[in-house]
Design a binder for this molecule. Structure first.
Ligand code: SF4
Length: 470
């Protein structure tokens, strides 16, 4: 990097030099987030005629679920985790709290690899039970609860770092996967790093103070956009770190670090399982039929308490003034639908992958399977985008905007995501072939790619039912 940095590297450098501006942006976002989260929860619920521009509550709902979340997901794919490093209010608050906190080291229990999946499952489930998309109190308890937890973790662990984001954030696992598709990333040039160290030893360069990387990434090895928050603080460090272009998804072909079950669980059982379960129950006539059957059975057996028991609003949706009350039967069925349905979807997605991994020949290791499964990231990410943007569409339709083209766009995006996945699978199996992991040649690659095509089908099937079938 002794040559003049190109435009994108200069952009990364500008991020490093404009820390004050980034901090200003961060605290403005914190203010907006707090306002849109707290104020609507204090106002009376709007009536059914309320629109985005006539009700602060509906406006906040539109901003959170219609704009914020869908476009945060898109930003991950386009720019890596810039959202985390520059805009996320939870990241800002947990880091600020950790500057004044106890500064304890990260405990072992927090390093457990299952947290990304468990935190995603817990938040998704709780969000559905509290109707996070529909009611400001639901948003306050789910998002606000997560923010309070982030601040508490910051007050106890780390010193000026983001232990929460790294270990417990409910969307860390999802963002980690999506950011790997990004065409931009901060990267360390190892040779330049070594050359700089040598120059310091020779007295030809001055020692630079290490940047405060909030998610605690080993900077010397930085080559993945998965954990990096793309905050820009390390740009130019040792003249070896900079923002660079790369082919979208290149990191999936040759992962800089081993792919683990934790990635697989978030992708196959989280994005392609639990998340689809959470989006589908309210659209499904099967859900209604199962509920009716169970309700009749309970009445016949004189078991009325599951039908008459309700819980406080912040646990289980309870808005009698809006004729929207979940009883224990509702809550249990939603939980079962999401957990069991999501688990079955994840299993149905896993089956062809397992079979393909076995039939590809060579040593059918699990690490080879985890690696191949990364081909499904485009479909998994798109599914969450489609589910969240359904809220955007509903709100815009409520404001009289014509969206008859929406289903054509959805179908096109689903096809493109699958094609991208197949291309990734073909390239991943090519890499596995080159590294001696496959038994055969092109036939093995074809088997692996076909298994990914089959693995797309369960998710595609549910999206088809949701947007066209039901
Ligand atoms: S490695 Fe750390 S300091 Fe560098 S951009 Fe990523 S998050 Fe920021």
């Amino acid at each position: 990097m002794t040559s003049r940095p190109n435009r994108i590297a200069r952009f990364g450098q500008a991020m490093q030099q404009r820390r004050g501006l980034i901090q200003l942006i961060q605290w403005v976002v914190v203010g907006l987030y707090a306002f849109l989260l707290v104020v609507p929860a204090l106002l009376p619920l709007p009536d059914y005629q309320a629109h985005i521009l006539t009700s602060l509550t509906v406006f906040a709902e539109f901003v959170f679920w219609g704009l914020w979340w869908p476009f945060v997901l898109i930003s991950m794919v386009l720019m890596g985790r810039v959202w985390c490093g520059v805009f996320c209010p939870e990241g800002t608050l947990t880091e600020a709290a950790s500057r004044i906190g106890l500064g304890r080291p990260i405990p072992d229990w927090m390093r457990w690899g299952g947290w990304p999946f468990v935190a995603f499952l817990g938040t998704t489930l709780y969000g559905q039970l509290a109707s996070v998309y529909q009611y400001p109190l639901g948003a306050l308890v789910v998002l606000g609860g997560s923010t309070v937890a982030a601040i508490i973790v910051g007050l106890i662990y780390g010193k000026g770092t983001r232990v929460w984001c790294r270990q417990l954030c409910p969307v860390n696992g999802v963002f980690n996967l999506l950011a790997r598709l990004s065409p931009t990333h901060f990267r360390t040039d190892q040779a330049q790093w070594a050359a700089h160290n040598q120059a310091v030893r020779n007295g030809d360069a001055v020692r630079m103070s290490a940047p405060d990387c909030a998610p605690l990434i080993p900077l010397k090895q930085l080559d993945s956009a998965g954990d990096c928050h793309a905050c820009g603080r390390c740009s130019g460090y040792k003249d070896a770190m900079q923002l660079e272009w790369r082919a979208p998804g290149a990191e999936l072909i040759e992962p800089p670090q081993p792919v683990r079950f934790t990635h697989y669980s978030v992708l196959v059982f989280g994005l392609l399982g639990i998340a689809i379960g959470a989006f589908s129950w309210s659209a499904s006539p099967w859900f209604v039929q199962i509920k009716q059957l169970l309700a009749f059975w309970l009445i016949e057996h004189d078991l009325m308490w599951p039908l008459t028991t309700t819980l406080p609003t912040w646990i289980l949706t309870n808005y009698p003034e809006h004729n929207d009350v979940f009883n224990l039967l509702d809550g249990s069925l939603i939980t079962l639908w999401i957990v069991v349905g999501g688990g079955l979807l994840g299993a149905a997605t896993s089956l062809p992958l397992l079979l393909g991994n076995w039939l590809m020949g060579g040593k059918a290791t699990l690490s080879r399977l985890w690696h191949l499964s990364l081909s499904l990231i485009p479909l998994g990410g798109l599914g969450v985008f489609l589910g969240l943007s359904a809220t955007t569409m509903t709100l815009l339709r409520g404001d009289g905007i014509n969206l008859t083209w929406a289903n054509d766009l959805r179908a096109t995006l689903l096809v493109l995501a699958c094609l991208w996945g197949l291309r990734l699978a073909w390239r991943i199996t090519g890499e596995q072939l080159n590294s001696g992991q496959l038994g055969g040649g092109s036939t093995s690659r074809l088997i692996g790619t076909t298994s990914v095509a089959m693995a797309c089908l369960p998710a595609i099937g549910v999206w088809y039912l949701m947007f066209w079938g039901w």
